[in-house]
Design a protein around this ligand. Structure first.
Ligand SMILES: *Cc1c(COP(=O)(O)O)cnc(C)c1O
Length: 350
């Protein structure tokens, strides 16, 4: 386990407050020895690509970038022209948390927002967005973007994704998946990675490394390899080509070898499940939504949220449902949960 955090209280704010997990850290340390070719022409990068292809059982084209905003916005830009539209949920990270980067990198592609229970798109909603206009005065819908796991910690099932795929096929839409927490979704569904990606028509997956236990880095995985044409130029132009690629690639190797990425995700999901279970038992505390991954959304009785903040706890309360979001990671411990629950019980007078 890592040393106590320098700033106790922020451990439930996000899964990006955690450090680098031991498996990634040790791989980075091994990769650090000696001189190797730069810009991804090294053995670690080759191995990381190979592992991703093995995991997905697909000869995908793989690119490594520094963060999720770059992964999403560059991938989306590769899927459409500036006069196209991208359909996504109104809570989607690409809409709410990327400062317009998808529009910027695609030179003005419009994002069309759809509602949907539990932060998930529905086939009917997508079809409606596409069918309501078919004239050239309206930006032409070209891409559907789904977030797996979603911003409300729910997960698209295999069947739901198959329905989205069918809708995309019927309307000539490409399918992008924001997988900043893909590992958490996979752990929740317990299916092979191919079942929720290329087998259900995902053209490109932005596979999250940072929140899974790396220091930085996401992989852009093109299952539709034609769409990867010249993608390396987009990455370079956007300042996303690491010259010392080996350190980022090594972290991927450390996570993927032996399935450590799934161990990390299972741990995060399991700790969130425990937190949820215990919060449900505290009078006055309402657990919201239908958590399947690693974040618990909760409405505290009057004064409790403020009291928790005064006690030093940090968490967001503006995402989605209006409740407070408590997020677990690979590093969350039972002791962290015990400490938080003790404060909740004390403040709730339970
Ligand atoms: C964290 C996150 C990202 C990536 O965010 P960056 O800060 O740009 O790395 C993308 N999508 C979702 C759903 C996220 O939660």
């Amino acid at each position: 386990m890592p040393p106590r955090p320098a700033e106790p209280g922020c451990q439930f704010a996000s899964d990006n407050v955690a450090g680098i997990c031991p498996a990634a850290w040790e791989a980075i340390e091994r990769a650090n020895a000696g001189c190797v070719p730069s810009y991804g022409n090294d053995a670690w990068t080759a191995r990381a690509c190979e592992l991703i292809r093995e995991v997905f059982e697909h000869p995908a084209e793989v690119f490594f970038v520094f963060n999720g905003t770059a992964a999403n916005s560059l991938a989306l830009a590769a899927l459409c022209q500036s006069y196209h539209a991208i359909v996504c949920h109104e809570l989607a990270h690409v809409e709410t948390d990327e400062c317009g980067a998808p529009e910027f990198f695609s030179n003005g592609t419009k994002i069309l927002l759809l509602p949907g229970a539990h932060a998930k798109l529905t086939p009917a909603g997508i079809a409606h967005a596409v069918e309501r206009r078919a004239d050239l005065h309206y930006p032409k819908p070209r891409v559907v973007s789904v977030t797996q796991a979603s911003e409300l910690s729910t997960v698209y099932s295999c069947a739901e994704l198959a329905d989205v795929q069918e809708t995309c096929r019927r309307h000539g839409l490409r399918l992008h998946m924001d997988g900043a927490r893909f590992a958490n979704a996979l752990a929740a569904l317990d299916v092979p990675p191919r079942r929720i990606t290329w087998e259900v028509g995902v053209d490109v997956l932005c596979l999250g490394g940072t929140k899974n236990g790396m220091g930085m880095g996401e992989a852009v995985v093109f299952f539709n390899r034609d769409l990867a044409d010249e993608f390396e130029y987009r990455c370079k132009q956007a300042g996303q080509l690491a010259s010392k690629m080996r350190h980022m690639a090594a972290a991927w190797v450390g996570l993927l070898e032996g399935g450590r990425w799934l161990d990390n995700a299972r741990h995060a999901n399991a700790t969130a499940a425990r937190l949820e279970r215990e919060l449900c038992g505290i009078p006055g505390v309402d657990v919201l939504g239908r958590r399947q991954a690693n974040a618990v959304f909760v409405r505290f009785p009057g004064g409790v949220a403020d009291g928790l903040r005064q006690a030093g706890w940090r968490f967001y309360d503006f995402i989605g449902s209006g409740g407070c979001r408590l997020m677990c990671s690979w590093a969350t411990t039972d002791a962290d949960i015990d400490a938080l629950l003790a404060d909740v019980r004390r403040l709730a007078g339970a």
